[in-house]
Write a protein that binds this ligand. Structure first.
Ligand SMILES: [Zn+2]
Ligand SMILES: [Zn+2]
Length: 335
């Protein structure tokens, strides 16, 4: 048997600790034991019932929650090579077909058969769970369990960085000092990055200096920075932040949109044309992004301190409160 956190149906709450049979790994799958699971706003939205009709998500119930993890291999299923009991592994949360033009073209996030664990199918808030071996990558020894627990949101930042195709000497800004903003910063080792956020988030904006940013500005003081950046990452997820981020671009600049504002942003497209600026969307990651994640995590040991709290799985409600009150930056759950 395994202990799992199950969302039993739509609407608020309806989330409980259950003892479930441990699944047997099928062909190409691996049975894993949880080391750490992340909790993020997707999980909070799931528990609060925000993913109803019209939200763009249609979860299947009942479902074991959770999509961010570091785990240890218990048993590889039939036909699985390259993994042995005890190996530490991480992976993305997409289950994709591997055959369509998007999967074959390095953009598996666009696969029409994509399912997300913890949402469409059972996730990792469980003492044991299975994942396809093709998703998994080994965690190197130099990466702690806590740092590895950040791998999934870190991969979101890493893919955004890949989308920007940054050239040496380019000036970079990140608008939005939340977890994804800080992890995007961590995926930019050796680059000069300015973190920008609202005055209300000033403490977290300053935190970016500890993670390698060369400057930290609040939006209200950043007006002089308009036109100053070659690459701007928008990770705040508000229309205002996206509009402001576009204004920070200089000639030839690229805006990489990572956040998901609930309203359209206003962007001056004449300036896009006039200055050959580009706007790029970045959604999660491709399955191939993951082959780069172990090496990139090794280069960013400072990110480990983003994990401010660790709690047992069954105290997920306390983890939600810590996130919502902003007392925590990142909370990891353990069995
Ligand atoms: Zn997440
Ligand atoms: Zn596909």
């Amino acid at each position: 048997m395994r202990t799992a956190i199950v969302k039993t149906g739509p609407g608020r709450g309806r989330t409980e600790v259950r003892e479930l049979p441990t699944p047997a790994p099928g062909p190409g799958e691996v049975l894993l034991e949880l080391v750490y699971a992340g909790i993020c706003h997707t999980d909070v939205n799931m528990i609060e019932g925000a993913y109803g009709p019209g939200s763009g998500y249609s979860p299947t119930y009942p479902v074991v929650l959770g999509h961010e993890f570091t785990a240890r291999v218990v048993a590889p299923g039939p036909g699985v090579a390259g993994f042995a009991a005890g190996d530490r592994v991480v992976s993305g949360c997409h289950l994709t077909c591997g055959r369509c033009r998007w999967c074959r073209g390095g953009r598996s996030m666009l696969c029409s058969e994509r399912e997300v664990i913890g949402l469409d199918t059972d996730g990792c808030w469980a003492s044991e769970f299975v994942m396809p071996a093709r998703n998994l990558v080994q965690v190197p020894e130099g990466v702690s369990d806590e740092l590895a627990g950040l791998a999934e949101p870190f991969a979101v930042g890493a893919h955004a960085v890949d989308r920007a195709e940054i050239r040496e000497g380019e000036r970079i800004a990140i608008v939005g000092p939340g977890t994804v903003g800080l992890l995007t910063l961590g995926a930019l080792p050796g680059y000069e990055v300015t973190m920008i956020g609202r005055r209300a988030d000033a403490a977290q904006v300053r935190l970016a200096l500890e993670y390698g940013a060369i400057a930290a500005l609040v939006t209200e003081d950043a007006a002089a920075e308009r036109g100053a950046f070659d690459v701007v990452f928008e990770t705040a997820g508000t229309a205002e932040a996206a509009s402001f981020a576009a204004e920070l671009l200089g000639p030839g600049g690229r805006l990489v949109c990572v956040g998901l504002p609930t309203a359209p942003a206003a962007i001056d497209t004449a300036q896009l044309a006039w200055q050959e600026r580009s706007v790029l969307g970045s959604r999660a990651y491709d399955i191939s992004t993951w082959s780069t994640i172990p090496r990139r995590l090794e280069q960013a040991p400072q990110l480990e301190s983003i994990v401010t709290h660790t709690l047992p799985l069954d105290r997920f409600e306390e983890a939600m409160r810590l996130l919502e009150s902003r007392e925590a930056v990142k909370v990891l759950l353990h069995p």
